[in-house]
Structures are given as C-alpha cells and as structure tokens.
Design a protein around this ligand. Structure first.
Ligand code: UTP
Length: 291
C-alpha cells in the first residue's frame, strides 16, 4: 500500500458567503485567534505525515503564498529584538524548500475542477484532500485518524459526521453499509439531497483520502449541483470501481467558510488557551447575563 505523502488544498473559491471580508483577502487567511485558518489545516496534514503540500490557488490568493514564504527582514528584526519564541514558532511552521507547490485554477468551476487542476503535481499517487474552510479540533487530528483507517483498509477514505437529518441538503451525504474499523463501508454518495432523498445523515466533512484514478473521472465530469464540477459526482463513479470507507471523525468541526462557524472556531480555540480562558469565561458570562 502506498503511503499518503501529498495533500491538496483547494483555495481558489470566491468565498461569497464571507463578503465583504473576502473581497480583497482570501478567506483562508482570516485568523482564528492568532493563526490564519489555512495554518490549522496545514498543521493537521503535517501531523498525519504529509510531506508535500499542494495548493490550488486563484486570483487574490497571493497572501497564502506569502504566508508560507521566508520573510527575511522580519526574521532578522525578531532576532535583533531577541523575540526568539515567536521566531521559533514561525520557523517551525515554515515548509522546507520544495515541500510546497502552487497551481492555479484560472476559473472557479467548482471543487472537482479545482482538484483536477492538481493532477500533474499529485502525479499518480493516492493523496489527501483537505478543504481549508473546515477546521477541526480534536486530540488526534482528523487526517491522522483517517490515515490510521486507510492503513488497514486501503481504497478511498472519507471523514464523516452526523448532521441534523433536516439539514442534508447542505452537504455531500453517504449511505451506510457494513461497519468496519472506525467507520463503515460507503454504499452511495449524494450531493446535497433533500432530507426525504438522503440515504443517511452522515455528511462528508471536508477530509478525503483518494486514489489517483479520480483524476481521469474528473476530466470527463459534467457540471452537477449549482452548475459546478462536483467532487462527489466523480467519487460516485470511482465507487463503481473501488471501495470507499467512511471514518466517523471523533472531534469538533467548524465551517469557517461562513461567519457563524468562524466565530464559533475563534471561541473554541481561544478557550483552549490557558492565558485566555479565565478572561474569556468572565467576559462571556457577562455578555450572557446582559443579553
Ligand atoms: P466552497 O463552496 O465552500 O467555497 O468550496 P467558496 O466557493 O470559496 O465559498 P462560497 O460558497 O462562495 O462562500 C469549498 C472549498 O473548495 C474551494 C474553496 O476555496 C473552498 O476551500 N473551491 C471551490 C475551489 O478551490 N474552486 C472552486 O471552483 C470552488
């Protein structure tokens, strides 16, 4: 079985749910406490043993490249000022030369199309796919949990969580088959089904391990829901040829693509920090009392 060495991060979307914040700033660079959203997702990938990061970017996304670049003047200034703690933090998150690649999706035709744009860089290996607007909070990262399952099953692995059954129209939903290890075999997949048509209430939460055959299917994939080329439609075709397993993710997920999830993420990650928790607890108690 081939190790999962590469991860794809599609960051070419327009972020319309977060306007006006995302008019000039990529949503992936909005900060949760003191780190951009994209940094959380990259750290999750690295914890899972990913060696090479592949970003599918678009216009107005150069801030993401700058974030992962060496900032010589900044590092010199921090050294001169003796700010070694923060300097070490910045250097630790710095990918080594050659460990990060960027390609552009010139027109945002949908998530499936964005993934297809990474085909040459993935170059025939199974790979991880992480949607950067979903950030996770758990003792063991979601992708690491998935790699542990993948090492037992091979094939394709999707992380899933349960949603309110009335909300299936917002997600990619999977059908539940035989239980296996930390999840179950996937019997079917449907993009944004109405509750009455949904095969379950397990939704795909934005983390995937996929075999490279997905690329040839994406190449011929027609537009689906919302007029976009959908990864779920191509996965459904791949499912006719290869097994798909669901890993039931143990942890919390925040959809930072929309303001509510972003605010929740800020609160949850701030409450994890010892230096912020007492102040924030007092503040929130006050807000709740006044409200
Ligand atoms: P979303 O639909 O959540 O992101 O796509 P969006 O299009 O940026 O946001 P809204 O809906 O307009 O607010 C999920 C992920 O897929 C990427 C997005 O950047 C996001 O990380 N994506 C989506 C692309 O890279 N290209 C696309 O054409 C569409």
């Amino acid at each position: 079985m081939q190790k999962i060495r590469k991860a794809v991060f599609p960051v070419a979307g327009l972020g319309t749910r977060f306007l006006p914040a995302t008019k000039a700033l990529p949503k992936e660079m909005l900060t949760v406490v003191d780190k951009p959203i994209i940094q959380y997702v990259v750290e999750e990938a690295r914890e899972a043993g990913i060696e090479h990061l592949i970003f599918v970017t678009g216009r107005n996304k150069t801030a993401i490249e700058d974030h992962f670049d060496v900032q010589v003047e900044l590092y010199e200034t921090l050294t001169q000022r003796g700010k070694t703690d923060i300097l070490e933090r910045l250097q630790a998150m710095q990918p080594q030369p050659g460990q990060i690649s960027y390609t552009r999706q010139q027109v945002p035709l949908g998530l499936g199309h964005a993934v297809w744009c990474a085909r040459e860089l993935v170059s025939g290996e199974p790979f991880a796919l992480l949607l950067p607007d979903m950030i996770m909070q758990s003792e063991t990262g979601c992708m690491k949990q998935m790699v542990e399952l993948y090492e037992q099953t091979g094939g394709n692995v999707l992380a899933v969580e349960e949603c309110d059954p009335s909300q299936t129209h917002k997600y990619g939903i999977v059908g539940r088959g035989k239980d296996t290890h930390s999840g179950f075999e996937i019997t079917e997949m449907v993009e944004k089904p109405k509750p009455e048509d949904a095969p379950s209430n397990f939704y795909i939460n934005g983390r995937y391990i996929l075999q490279p055959q997905i690329f040839s299917l994406l190449e011929s994939q027609e537009q689906g829901a919302g007029g976009e080329i959908q990864i779920t439609d191509a996965m459904l075709r791949l499912h006719a040829e290869q097994p798909f397993y669901a890993h039931i993710y143990r942890g919390r997920t925040f959809d930072c693509g929309a303001p509510e999830g972003f605010v929740e993420a800020n609160l949850a990650f701030a409450m994890e920090r010892d230096e912020m928790r007492p102040y924030l607890t007092r503040f929130l108690k006050g807000v709740l009392k006044d409200g």
